[in-house]
Design a protein around this ligand. Sequence first.
Ligand code: NAD
Length: 300
Amino acid sequence: ATGLIAFLGLGHMGGPMAANLIKAGHDVVGYDPVPAAVEAALAHGIPMASTAHEAAAEAAVVLTMLPSGKHVLDAYRGVDGPGLLSVAKPNTLFLDCSTINVDEAREAAVIALEAGHRSVDAPVSGGVVGAEAGTLTFMVGALPEDFETVKPILELMGKRIVHCGDHGAGQAAKVCNNMILGVSMIAVAEAFVLGEKLGLTHQALFDVASNASGQCWALTTNCPVPGPVPTSPANRDYQPGFAGALMAKDLRLAVNALESTGVAAEMGPLASRIYDAFAAGEGAGRDFSGIITEIRDKSV
Ligand code: NAD
C-alpha cells in the first residue's frame, strides 16, 4: 500500500530485513556497493539497482541500514554529486534504521524536510537473529502522521514498534538503553569475578542476584558465566550475540550524546573506554559479555 521501498545497505541486518519485506509481498528495490551483499540479496529474491540514485528516484520510501551517521548524511546530501534528497520524488519518506548519533539523526531530518521530504529515525535492537526472524524492536522518532505511515512497514520486520517522540527520539531511546546495557554488563561481570575470589559459586550468586535487586538483562539473559543461563553466549565461548565492536560503537554514540547535552555522567564514559579497549583486540568479534575474561585476567 505504501509503494516502492528503496532499501539501501543490505549487510548483516539490512539483508534479512529486506528479505522479510519481500516475503511479505512488498515492492522493494535494493542497493549495496559490496558485490557479496548484492549476490546474497539476489539469492533472497530482492531486485537490485545498480546505483542508489536509480533505486531512490522511483521510491515512496527510502530505507537506509548503513554503518554510521556519516554514511547516512553523505548518501542524503551526495559527496561528489547530487544526493538522494535531490533525486527522490517530492514528499518521499526517508526512513533511517541505522544506529547513528542523535544529532546526526536530527540533522538528517532537517535536511530531508528542507528538501521537501519526510523523515523518520527508527534504529533497532534484536541483532541479526531478530532481523532474520522478523522480531526486531524499532525505536521510532517521527511526526505522528509519519509514524502511522511507517508502522505497517516496520511490523513486517519487527515485533515491537515504539513511537518514542519527534525526530531523533528513536536514536535517543536506543543510546540510553544501550548505555544501561554496557554499564550493567560490566557491573555483572565484576560481581561474578568478585564472587569467584570470595569462594562463591556462579550458581549461588545467580540464584540470589537474579531474584534480588541485582536483577537485570545482562545477568538473567546474557549471563557472562557459563551454566546459569544455558542460552547465553558464555556457554559457546562468547560467540556473539552482540559483538564487542557494536557495544563499543553504541557507547561512543552515548558519550557523544552525553557531551552534547552536558550530562554529568561518569559510568557511561567509563564503560565506553572499557569497551573501546575490549574491541581493540579479539573482543571486537566476541560477545560483549566476554569482558568478564579481561576482568578475570587482569585480576591478581
Ligand atoms: P553491515 O556493515 O553488515 O551492513 C552495512 C551495509 O551498508 C554494508 O553491506 C555496506 O556495503 C552498505 N553500504 C555502505 N554504504 C552504503 C551506501 N552509500 N549505500 C548503500 N549501502 C551502503 O552492518 P550491520 O551489522 O548490518 O549494521 C547496520 C546498522 O545497524 C549499523 O548502524 C549498526 O550499528 C546497526 N545495528 C546492528 C546490529 C547488529 O547486530 N549487527 C544490531 C542493531 C543495530
